[in-house]
Design a protein around this ligand. Structure first.
Ligand SMILES: [Cu+2]
Length: 175
């Protein structure tokens, strides 16, 4: 009998959660919940700014919320080999776990880069062209922490020289 009560309680909680999620979802959104959260947190301050100041700059009012325990502008990036036959597919299938970094001009960005491969000769790099020219080249099992100052605004691709075109990420430097 106690077990049945637990089942019923769980069902009630699940229904309540489902109803709450439904009622707090913006009507225009049909995307997965993760995208939903991102869209909601990014859009809310923008629309406030639009209401208050019409066309003036919204930079200072953009809401940015980090994860607990992560220092500002500090990122962990791991390499990952996807479970696929590279020869059959004809392209490398390695990726970075983190593929998007957004910072502001003048920020000091710290990256902890880990090559998670078991074999030492499975090398991966964290590479960028000018103006953030760098090439961190690690053997399997190695990791390295490095920093740079984001002095130039714009969008910049970071990539692994061994695994193009698949192994890329995007650094966005906002004003
Ligand atoms: Cu690679």
């Amino acid at each position: 009998m106690t077990f049945s009560l637990i089942i019923i309680a769980a069902a009630v909680i699940a229904i309540f959660a489902a109803v709450s999620a439904f009622t707090t979802t913006p009507p225009s959104s049909a995307s997965p919940s993760l995208n939903n959260n991102t869209t909601t947190s990014m859009m809310a301050p923008t629309s406030n700014a639009t209401n208050n100041t019409a066309t003036s700059s919204t930079n200072s009012s953009v809401l940015e919320v980090g994860a607990p325990g992560n220092a500002k502008n500090e990122y962990y990036i791991f390499t990952q080999e996807l479970n696929a036959d590279e020869k059959k597919l004809g392209v490398p299938v390695a990726v970075y776990t983190l593929t998007s970094i957004t910072v502001h001009k003048g920020d000091n960005v710290t990256i902890h880069f880990y090559n998670t491969a078991d074999e030492a000769d499975d090398r991966h790099t964290f590479t960028m062209q000018d103006p953030y020219k760098m090439n961190i080249d690690l053997a399997g099992g190695q990791n390295k922490t490095f920093s740079f100052v984001a002095n130039t605004t714009g969008g910049f691709t970071y990539y692994c020289t061994y695994d193009l075109p698949s192994m890329t990420g995007h650094l966005e430097v906002l004003p």
